[in-house]
Design a binder for this molecule. Structure first.
Ligand SMILES: C[S@@+](CC[C@H](N)C(=O)[O-])C[C@H]1O[C@@H](n2cnc3c(N)ncnc32)[C@H](O)[C@@H]1O
Length: 216
């Protein structure tokens, strides 16, 4: 279904089959993923959307925490979705995984309680960063939550590690705006307000930041 190019989960140097192992090794995921899931905090009857779900780790965790919430998870890569679907089946969790980019999905405006997106925005082209944030805001109900975890502004040692790891696999053109603070700028959108303090974690691949925003 993908009618345009995208950077796959593990970048252009490694296959998607190695993604989960690379994330375990290079991102301290046992620290930031539980924090993100705590912020997502799925509740019965809520409708959740994950953008760029990769191998499905977060979507499966969200659904496992609250079976009465609807979790839809999209990604343009059929290979990574096959892994996600297998993981969900093995764990007996039903997630609605859908192939495609955000703008190829026919979702009603203002129809989600929570939208979340992790480790995607750093690896998409600059114009796609803007389009994705814009698209996610449009799909949130007023009062709905936008939860982001990603490489954002980097400095000092973290900038060096980011250069040696993420930028080697995902390239510089798409990732440098994040290292320079573009994500923080985009999240200052006037339609959003801060709902929890921004958090961050130093990792072997650079600093991963968490942002919680509410749609006004
Ligand atoms: C680094 S992985 C992150 C996966 C998952 N969110 C996680 O936390 O492990 C980035 C994912 O974004 C997807 N992706 C790339 N370009 C995208 C785009 N324009 N829109 C949505 N997803 C995209 C890739 O296919 C990949 O699965």
């Amino acid at each position: 279904m993908a009618d345009r190019d995208f950077t796959p989960a593990a970048g252009k140097l490694a296959g998607v089959g190695s993604y989960d192992a690379l994330i375990r090794l290079f991102t301290r995921e046992n620290r930031w993923r539980p924090q993100l899931i705590g912020r997502i905090d799925p509740r019965p009857g809520q409708r959740l959307l994950e953008v760029g779900c990769g191998t499905g780790t977060l979507a499966i965790a969200a659904k496992s925490l609250c079976f009465e919430a609807e979790v839809i998870a999209i990604d343009p890569d059929p290979q990574v979705l096959a892994i996600a679907r297998n993981k969900a089946a093995e764990q007996g969790v039903e997630v609605d995984f859908r192939e495609g980019f955000l703008d190829q999905q026919s979702f009603e405006a203002a129809s989600f309680d929570t939208i979340y997106c992790s480790l995607v925005l750093h690896q998409v082209p600059p114009e796609t960063k803007t389009e994705l944030i814009d698209g996610m805001i449009a799909l949130l109900k007023p009062g709905g939550a936008l939860q982001i975890a990603d490489y954002a502004k980097q400095s000092g040692l973290m900038r060096g590690l980011f250069r040696l790891t993420v930028q080697m696999t995902d390239g510089v053109a798409d990732t440098q705006p994040n290292a320079d603070g573009r994500l923080e700028e985009l999240l200052r959108d006037e339609r959003l307000q801060i709902s929890q303090p921004d958090g961050s974690l130093a990792t072997p691949s650079g600093r991963i930041s968490l942002f919680s925003r509410t749609r006004k």
